[in-house]
Design a protein around this ligand. Structure first.
Ligand code: SF4
Length: 397
């Protein structure tokens, strides 16, 4: 046990009551001195930490080429270098010395002022039952996030995380079990896409924000990520190929609509009944289904994009005919589509996947009532493909 621990321990507090001779007074004096020294040390360490935080390097991948031009200009670096450096960064380099058309002295300046911004692949698992792969990435501060790549013949869709953990508390979701740790920076979302594109040697065509985190709870960083990934000199992914999924942060749905960016919106609905939805998703206590539907209609009217309603089908919870009929009534007349997602069971929540018969019955009921619906199998059931499962299984080890 260290001296600091002794000072803070109950043993020491108790012993103070019986100390009255010279020797013990000396001991008390030494403890007091120790305490002062420890306090000074703590303060110094704190200052050092704060200093380190203040000196945190800017990350190149967090910037568009236009922003880099202006940053380089302010540093007295020729503007054309910004375009060269941006080109290297988007080539997924890991070291400044790979920039072989940049003079050594400038490379040293860049090393001093910037980080390139690279996530590390900690785990990659490829499914044996479908064409998905799951990645667990380590961030620069040691936190981890996961992403899923889904390969089809003509496209590669990547599902990215927007936060480490999540505070939304949806009861069927593994990402929320440890709460929200922190928001991801734009480059940390971008690099999930870049790393997968390079690993699979295939151009990413579609991005869905359905990994860990509520994207609209990290609004500014997500918006910047969209702009970075859309940039013609970067990944150049058209806005129509992005989907943002929200659990229903209603004010942010209006804000997103007003950005007038033609991306796709997906709303996690999961029940047509407010009371039930409140049990599954705590955010439903803040915003009713009606408020969500009105916001979605606004989004459609401004962007002219169809809204997808995500419906995680949970055995014995939201999978009955009564649910299908109420859902059809709710969505009638909206430019929309329902994605029925039979859940991958999450051990901690105790939820189970419905039988195949129930899944198809639910879909047929919706279709007969005039609602466009498809069953979307959660990919990667053999690689802990559901949001947050891999990260939890790794951090629980
Ligand atoms: S489903 Fe999405 S919003 Fe809900 S807890 Fe999980 S990550 Fe968060």
């Amino acid at each position: 046990m260290s001296s600091i621990e002794i000072r803070d321990s109950k043993d020491y507090r108790d012993s103070k009551e019986i100390i009255d001779d010279k020797e013990t007074r000396d001991v008390k004096g030494r403890y007091r001195k120790d305490l002062q020294v420890a306090n000074v040390q703590r303060t110094n360490e704190k200052l050092k930490d704060e200093d380190a935080c203040n000196r945190k390097k800017d990350v190149l991948k967090n910037h568009s080429p236009e922003e880099l031009v202006s940053i380089f200009d302010n540093l007295g670096i020729k503007k054309f270098r910004a375009k060269q450096v941006y080109g290297w960064v988007m080539k997924n380099i890991s070291d400044f010395d790979e920039m072989n058309n940049i003079p050594k002295t400038l490379r040293e300046t860049l090393k001093d002022k910037f980080d390139i911004g690279n996530l590390k692949v900690l785990v990659k698992r490829s499914s044996k039952v479908d064409s998905s792969s799951k990645y667990l990435f380590e961030l620069m501060d040691g936190e981890t996030v996961e992403s899923v790549a889904m390969e089809y013949e003509d496209r590669l869709t990547v599902c990215v995380s927007s936060q480490v953990g999540c505070k939304m508390g949806c009861s069927f979701c593994a990402s929320t079990i440890g709460g929200l740790i922190r928001n991801l920076e734009p480059w940390e979302i971008l690099d999930q896409v870049l790393k997968i594109q390079y690993d699979l040697n295939k151009r990413v065509s579609n991005i869905v924000m359905m990994g860990s985190g509520e994207p609209l709870d990290n609004y500014d960083n997500v918006l910047k990520f969209l702009k970075l990934a859309n940039h013609k000199d970067g990944l150049n992914i058209g806005y129509r190929h992005f989907t943002i999924s929200t659990c229903g942060v209603v004010p942010k749905i209006y804000k997103l609509a007003d950005e007038k960016i033609p991306i796709n919106l997906a709303l996690s609905l999961h029940s047509p009944f407010d009371e039930e939805r409140k049990d599954i998703m705590p955010i439903a206590r803040a915003y009713s289904i009606e408020e969500n539907i009105t916001a979605c209609k606004y989004f459609v009217s401004v962007t002219n994009r169809r809204v997808t309603f995500e419906y995680s089908l949970i055995d014995g919870v939201n999978s009955s005919d009564k649910h299908a009929e109420a859902l059809a009534r709710l969505l009638r007349g909206i430019l929309c589509h329902v994605n029925i997602i039979p859940i991958n069971s999450v051990k901690e929540s105790g939820y189970k996947r419905p039988s195949k018969g129930y899944i198809y019955r639910f879909k047929d009921r919706l279709t007969k009532l005039g609602i466009n619906a498809t069953i979307r199998e959660s990919m990667g059931s053999d690689i802990e493909g559901a949001c947050g499962q891999l990260r939890r299984s790794m951090t629980n080890k």
